[in-house]
Design a protein around this ligand. Structure first.
Ligand SMILES: O=P(O)(O)O[C@H]1O[C@H](CO)[C@@H](O[C@H]2O[C@H](CO)[C@@H](O)[C@H](O)[C@H]2O)[C@H](O)[C@H]1O
Length: 646
């Protein structure tokens, strides 16, 4: 291919897999773009960053700044939800190059007659761009450039700041080269800052042995809001299959009174667009969504694309399921786990278009109830391109819809789902316990290109995972795990009330809960209070007040004297909110030691060191030294220090 351009644009960042996937941001963020941009030889060049929202016709541009060593950078702010495009353009700027040459030769004492004549062409071009008043001025300058008798004035004007500014403002962009066009998807803030609370609506009744209802859930909303949660996630709320229903503790045969697993969706009462009759009806659900919104809580629904053997789809659309040679349908598996009470959809069916459309219509159906947040069950067992299609179809109409991928799978699988469009992802935090494990994992999430597309959501527990370190764990361990999740990641969630009440009985030898609510209705004393709940409430309040905790990527781990203390520095993009978090990883003993204060990152500090305010106790200290002493007791095993520079 013949190319005349003289400027090469290389190493454009951020970008994912050569632009195959989009990066992600939230409204108000800046996209900082860098690249190596270089012409051959020594000529002066210019480069600009071009960007536009998908609904805009024209690109806006911002000039890139040279950072030395042929590296250029510029930023743009994303102000609306949806896709933005961005690309870079570079050119040898002959007008600026001419002016630069004139200045250099003058310094060298050379006479510039022919250079001035050469410059006339650039002034003529400018004349077409400037105001009428400036046109007259330029005409005068052109006459001077041609008149040897006006040499002094001509040279003065040729090197003037005014002309330089005009050249910058009106570039000719001769043989400009352009990079590939890249994309960034912009979500609302909740995509990266959210505090989830999960409970089973059927366990919401204040009375023992009574099935909970949406009306009962309504009465729990003020409690959940008071604790500082903004997203209330319900496991599936649809009719539960009666065929092959599972019993308590995952037994494969249910007793008459067993209520089944909510993820086994569909029965004679309906399927994915119906509500389990004992929870209430559509009107009750709509009311609950509305009441929650009034308290700044969004209801998150579970999207579990699978069917109980008695789901209406099985008889109405047998072509959506794969039959074995003996005519039966294979139940679902996620080896070694067996889900005898559900069957999977057959995504490769010839009738895939109808199937995919129907699944899409389920999401749209619940959006019509005011639900915009979805936790997607087992997305890794359905095709990636299905999710890409579904999420983009939904977001075309509802850019504020958010999807959390419940995939605890292989790292590349989890990453791929995020690349294909999931707004948030579950993580391995649930199993990262030691200082080394936590540091390594968070560093991977925030310092590799994962930071561009993978928005982690840290859960200390889920109904599926009762991690070994929480089994039989004391209150301190629960506080530690919550404090870690809530300060390391801007999106977090707990499966309550199991978590707040520290119910940790395990089903040996697995990481599962005994008498888990997946298989039975439980009764909780929803009025209970304890030290852990107070800490959760306090931590959530601090998260809401501190932008540094509303993002995940600005984090730097600090050295600590020993491994029972983990410390990290967090800041917001404007460096207005700066925090230092210190957490003890020992739930049984007091821990004390020195931690290294991040003086170099905190920025200039004048006068009397820094004022350190403990946001939990409100106590203040003044620190001057590099290494500072902390002491943490098991009952309050963390500090969230605000760094104040007065
Ligand atoms: O396989 P995962 O660990 O990702 O688990 C998720 O999907 C499971 C299947 O939907 C779901 O499992 C629960 O529901 C099943 C269907 O009713 C039932 O057979 C399982 O015993 C039950 O755990 C799991 O909760 C979800 O997180």
């Amino acid at each position: 291919m013949l190319r005349q351009q003289r400027v090469v644009i290389d190493n454009v960042q951020p970008q994912l897999d050569s632009g195959e996937f989009f990066i992600k941001r939230i409204v108000g963020d800046k996209v900082h773009v860098t690249a190596d941009i270089l012409p051959d030889g020594h000529d002066v060049m210019q480069a600009e960053l071009l960007y536009r929202h998908e609904k805009e016709k024209n690109f806006s541009d911002v000039r890139m700044q040279h950072q030395g060593n042929d590296a250029y950078s510029a930023s743009f702010q994303v102000k609306r939800q949806g896709f933005y495009e961005y690309k870079l353009r570079g050119w040898v700027d002959y007008a600026l190059n001419w002016q630069h040459g004139v200045e250099a030769k003058l310094k060298d004492g050379q006479h510039l007659k022919s250079e001035l004549l050469d410059g006339v062409q650039y002034l003529k071009y400018l004349s077409k761009k400037v105001s009428d008043k400036d046109k007259d001025r330029l005409k005068k300058w052109i006459d001077q450039f041609k008149d040897p008798g006006k040499y002094e004035e001509a040279v003065k004007n040729a090197t003037s700041e005014k002309l330089h500014k005009w050249f910058l403002k009106h570039p000719q962009r001769v043989l400009a080269n352009e990079s590939k066009t890249l994309q960034v998807y912009v979500d609302r803030k909740k995509a990266s800052f959210s505090t989830w609370y999960e409970f089973f609506p059927r366990s919401s009744s204040p009375k023992p042995n009574v099935h909970g209802t949406f009306k009962d859930c309504e009465t729990l909303l003020p409690r959940i809001a008071k604790m500082g949660f903004d997203t209330l996630y319900f496991p599936p709320i649809h009719p539960i299959g009666e065929v092959n229903r599972k019993g308590k503790n995952n037994t494969v045969t249910a007793k008459e009174e067993d209520s089944g697993v909510p993820w086994a969706i569909g029965s004679k009462h309906g399927g994915h667009k119906s509500i389990h009759p004992e929870l209430g009806d559509e009107k009750d659900f709509k009311k609950l969504v509305k009441k929650a919104k009034e308290l700044d809580i969004e209801i998150a629904m579970d999207i579990a694309f699978q069917a109980a053997p008695d789901h209406p789809y099985i008889t109405e659309h047998p072509e959506w399921f794969r039959k074995r040679p003996d005519g039966t349908i294979q139940y679902a598996e996620n080896p070694p786990k067996k889900y005898q009470d559900i069957v999977n959809f057959y995504f490769e069916t010839k009738a895939y278009k109808e199937l995919w459309e129907e699944l899409k219509s389920i999401v749209f159906y619940w959006i019509s109830f005011g639900v915009k947040v979805f936790r997607v069950d087992n997305p890794h067992t359905k095709p990636y391109y299905f999710w890409n299609w579904l999420i983009s179809e939904v977001k075309k109409e509802y850019p504020d819809a958010l999807f959390l991928a419940e995939a605890f799978s292989r790292p590349r699988v989890m990453q791929q789902l995020a690349k294909q469009g999931f707004s948030q992802s579950y993580t391995y935090f649930t199993w990262r316990v030691s200082k080394h494990e936590l540091t390594e994992y968070v560093t991977e999430l925030t310092q590799t290109d994962m930071k561009e597309y993978y928005r982690p959501n840290f859960w200390p527990n889920t109904p599926d995972i009762n991690p070994y370190h929480l089994q039989g764990a004391n209150e301190s361990m629960h506080i530690i795990r919550y404090a870690l999740a809530a300060t390391l990641s801007s999106s977090i969630g707990i499966y309550g009330p199991v978590y707040e009440y520290m119910v940790t009985d395990q089903l040996p030898p697995k990481e599962e809960y005994l008498d888990c609510e997946k298989y039975e209705i439980r009764h909780w004393d929803w009025t209970l209070e304890n030290n852990l709940i107070r800490h959760i409430t306090k931590i959530n309040a601090i998260r809401h007040q501190h932008p540094a905790l509303q993002q995940t990527n600005n984090i730097k781990f600090c050295a600590t004297q020993h491994d029972n203390l983990i410390a990290f520095y967090k800041w917001d993009d404007d460096l207005i909110d700066q925090l230092l978090v210190v957490i003890s990883l020992d739930s049984n003993h007091m821990q004390q030691g020195h931690i290294q204060f991040p003086w170099h990152d905190v920025g200039p500090v004048y006068g009397n060191g820094v004022r350190i305010k403990d946001l939990v106790t409100n106590r203040e200290f003044r620190w001057h030294d590099e290494w500072n002493f902390v002491e943490l007791q098991p009952n309050v095993p963390f500090h969230i220090f605000q760094i104040l520079k007065d």
